[in-house]
Design a protein around this ligand. Structure first.
Ligand code: FE
Length: 248
C-alpha cells in the first residue's frame, strides 16, 4: 500500500493519497483545489493512476479539488448520496465499497457535521472526515448539522471499532497527524459526554465563528469546486445538473 497524508496550511485540512502498488491505481480523499498540482506531482512520482477522488462531505472551509482532478486526470468523483453537489459521478451509500485491487475502503454513513458525512474504513484505519477529529468533533451549527445525529454516529458507528484502529481526521489545527479510537475514547473531551442530551448541550455552546471561506466554498463545492455558475470547465451534463445556490 502506498499512503501519504498531505496538509493544507490554509485550511488545516488533510488529504489522503491511498495507492495500490501492484495495480498502480490510487484514490485521493478530501483533496483541496489549490493543492491539485502537488497531488499530480505525487501521482506521477509514484507512477499511480488516479481512479477516484472522494470528499467525505460537502466542505465549508476550503474549495474541493474534485472537479479539477476530474478535469485533469479523468478520475471519477465520489461523495455521499445525500450531497447537495449534483455533479458527482458516484454517490456513496452506507456500506458501499471502494476497491483498489486488494485494497478495500468501506463507506460508513456518519451524519451530524453534515447530512452527507461519511467515514471510510480501510484495514487498520478509518478516515473520519469532520465527524471525529483529534480531541474534538466536527461542528454541527451550520450546513444541516445535527449534534444528536452526530452523537449516534460517533457512539454507534465509530467508537465500536477496535481501540487500536488508527484515526485519520479531516483536519487538525494543532499539528497532530493521527490518533486511535482508543485514545479518542479516553482523551477526547467531547466523547466524555454521558448522554446524547449532554453532547447536544456541549455542541450548542461552542460559539465558533463561521469558517472564513464558507460563503465562497459552499457554493463552489456544490459545483464540484469549479467557478460559481459552472465555468467553461464543466461538461454539458454538469451544467444541466447545476441547481441554483440557495443559502448555506
Ligand atoms: Fe467540514
Amino acid at each position: 500500500m502506498i499512503f501519504r497524508q498531505i496538509f493544507d496550511p490554509t485550511s488545516c485540512s488533510y488529504t489522503y493519497l491511498v495507492g495500490n502498488q501492484y495495480g498502480r491505481e490510487a484514490i485521493l480523499i478530501d483533496p483541496v483545489r489549490e493543492l491539485v498540482p502537488q497531488y499530480l506531482a505525487l501521482l506521477s512520482e509514484y507512477n499511480l493512476k488516479l481512479v477516484q477522488a472522494v470528499d467525505t462531505h460537502l466542505h465549508a472551509d476550503h474549495i474541493t479539488g474534485l472537479g479539477e482532478l476530474r478535469r485533469t486526470t479523468g478520475c471519477l468523483t465520489v461523495m455521499g448520496e445525500q450531497s447537495r453537489c449534483k455533479l458527482v459521478d458516484v454517490r456513496l451509500r452506507d456500506g458501499d465499497l471502494i476497491k483498489l485491487g486488494d485494497l478495500v475502503l468501506r463507506a460508513v454513513h456518519t451524519p451530524g457535521h453534515t447530512p452527507d458525512s461519511h467515514c471510510l474504513v480501510m484495514r487498520d484505519r478509518v478516515f473520519t472526515g469532520d465527524t471525529l477529529l483529534i480531541g474534538a468533533t466536527g461542528r454541527t451549527d451550520f450546513q444541516g448539522g445535527d449534534a444528536a445525529a452526530q452523537y449516534d454516529s460517533l457512539f454507534e458507528r465509530l467508537l465500536i471499532m477496535p481501540d487500536e484502529t488508527l484515526v485519520y481526521p479531516g483536519h487538525d489545527y494543532k499539528g497532530r497527524w493521527v490518533s486511535s479510537i482508543g485514545e479518542e475514547k479516553a482523551l477526547n473531551p467531547r466523547l466524555q459526554a454521558a448522554s446524547s442530551d449532554e453532547y447536544v448541550e456541549i455542541m450548542a455552546n461552542l460559539k465558533l465563528a463561521p469558517p472564513k471561506l464558507m460563503a465562497e466554498a459552499v457554493p463552489s463545492n456544490i459545483a464540484l469546486g469549479m467557478p460559481p455558475g459552472g465555468g467553461e470547465n464543466l461538461t454539458a451534463r454538469d451544467r444541466a445538473a447545476l441547481v441554483p445556490f440557495s443559502g448555506l
